[in-house]
Design a binder for this molecule. Structure first.
Ligand SMILES: [Zn+2]
Length: 519
């Protein structure tokens, strides 16, 4: 979803067979952000005004472009066509995941949303696209506050149907304030459009008086760790499948949303949720919500986070018999926005006197030092751990400059993200003291932060991954396609950092209590 402002024009989405005065008018609005409470970078209004790819599209043009995408908004538009209601385009904006919104930003955006909705000449219902994990200064459960403001502006009787990302952390209060909540059921999210269509259908049927939505939310007191949030694999796969089956088999069930939650939001209702929307039957909604909450809770023994910390991971890698072993540095997941200069694993490689390793650190100053020294000459400097205070301290490295590069490389296979041309910027390879002729310790210093999608990042520097014993890749999932083919084994490391997968590495202050899985 891009950041968009829609002109206040009323659009008839299909040529009508009904008299114009019998068509309902439903507004489409949205504010979407996934906020990491532990990311010090605040999100501001400008982040919602990126307008990449959709600049200056308004009204009908904008809806035409949204129709071609596969978001919940395109699903709303499909629903409007099928159910024959008119669409009033209100304010829609989203921004890339980052830190919480400033209070001013939240006030400005909600004001824009409510003002745009108020601009409608006539309104029968409101479809609201919210992520569900927005955090703002002063409003930890920011999505709840958005719904509250819209509800306050339009009164208790207008239907407000909300959609959420699978990673939302909805509160019971949001469930009270909205008419129905429908979340994506799948992660990776391949069903966004279908879920928007379901929300639009609930809206239309409610307006026609065919159904009376009642909804129930249950929140098992647990963290469903991000590592296990794949709905196409056990243990979530059968639970997701059961939620889809229930929607299809019981006409009294309007929507079932089993949400994984977002563990990087320090808010009261962080964690997984079950929301069941039934037609007038609260006991049914209660019963089914309880069934799904129990399914989540009883899968605890299959989602225990048992991965080694950097010290244990390096020790384990050194003890293996088949090489190379790849260590995935999850705390410094560059694709998730981290610094790319974490030193926790580097420090252990040096301390434990590992040999035959390759590791990459983004450190422009160290590249300059190596370049000045020149190939074959001594390198002696503390590297990494400089971008922020979350990714370790600089580690003293002594060795010689092995090679210098422009840092460009090409990936011809399809890897995560599908990129072909990459540039690390000026890059130096340091042969670090302590290795042997056969088992060299190679530290790659790059100017830019690079997500390790491709093994050619190191191959292009004249390094043969198959001759090394330990490869370190900074990521959780992104490096798999590139590193699996060359690795005898992959060890996912519980390393600290802004993208740490272990909730025990963060101090939560606002969560409703101690949850299972927080460690
Ligand atoms: Zn998501």
């Amino acid at each position: 979803m891009r950041s968009l402002i829609l002109a206040a024009v009323l659009l008839t989405t299909t040529s009508s067979l009904l008299p114009q005065d019998r068509r309902f008018v439903v507004a489409i609005g949205g504010l979407m952000h996934e906020s990491n409470s532990f990311n010090p970078a605040k999100t501001v209004v400008a982040d919602f005004e990126g307008m990449r790819g959709a600049t200056n599209l308004q009204g009908g043009d904008l809806l035409a472009s949204l129709r071609k995408s596969n978001t919940e908004i395109s699903g709303y538009l499909d629903g409007a066509d099928q159910e024959k209601f008119d669409v009033y385009p209100a304010y829609i904006a989203s921004a890339t995941p980052s830190g919480p919104l400033t209070k001013d930003t939240f006030e400005t955006l909600t004001q824009r949303l409510v003002t745009s909705l108020k601009g409608a000449p006539k309104l029968d219902g409101i479809l609201l696209a919210l992520h569900g994990a927005m955090v703002a200064d002063g409003y930890p459960q920011a999505d709840e506050e958005i719904v509250r403001r819209v509800r306050t502006a339009f009164g208790p009787s207008i239907p407000i149907v909300v959609t959420h990302d699978f990673h939302g952390n909805p509160s019971p209060e949001l469930i009270k304030l909205s008419t129905a909540l429908v979340s994506y059921q799948q992660n990776p999210h391949l069903d966004t459009r279908l879920r928007g269509r379901r929300a639009a259908s609930i809206m239309a049927r409610t307006l026609r008086g065919e159904v009376k939505p009642v909804q129930v939310i249950l929140k098992p007191d647990m963290v469903y760790n991000i590592i296990f949030q794949n709905t196409y694999a056990e243990p979530l796969l059968p639970i997701t499948k059961a939620s889809q089956d229930l929607e299809q088999s019981n006409s009294k069930i309007l929507a079932v949303s089993v949400m994984g939650g977002y563990q990087y939001s320090d808010v009261p209702y962080m964690g997984p949720s079950v929301i069941v929307v039934a037609d007038g039957d609260r006991a049914l909604a209660d019963r089914e919500a309880k069934r799904f909450a129990d399914l989540l809770w009883s899968s605890r023994d299959r989602i225990v986070l048992k991965i080694p910390d950097p010290a244990a991971a390096v020790k384990q890698a050194m003890a293996e018999t088949k090489f190379p072993v790849s260590l995935f540095d999850t705390g410094d997941n560059v694709g998730g926005g981290s610094s790319a200069d974490s030193t926790f694993i580097l420090d252990e490689l040096v301390k434990q006197k590992a040999t035959g390793w390759v590791m990459t650190i983004a450190d422009p100053a160290a590249v300059q030092t190596a370049t000045k020294a020149g190939i074959g000459n001594t390198f002696d400097m503390a590297v990494g751990g400089k971008a922020d205070n979350l990714h370790g301290k600089p580690v003293s490295i002594r060795g010689k400059v092995k090679s210098l590069h422009d840092g460009d490389y090409i990936e011809t296979e399809i890897r995560h993200g599908g990129g072909r041309y990459f540039s690390m910027g000026p890059t130096a390879v340091i042969e670090v003291d302590g290795g042997t002729k056969d088992e060299k310790n190679l530290l790659i210093l790059t100017t830019r932060r690079i997500v390790p999608f491709s093994i050619h990042q190191i191959v292009s520097l004249g390094i043969y991954p198959e001759r090394q014993k330990i490869l370190v890749a900074k990521g959780t999932v992104a490096p798999r396609a590139g590193y699996e083919p060359v690795s005898a084994k992959i060890i996912v490391v519980d390393s600290p950092g802004s993208t740490a997968v272990n909730p025990g590495r963060f101090t939560f202050k606002n969560v409703r209590g101690k949850l299972w899985g927080m460690q």
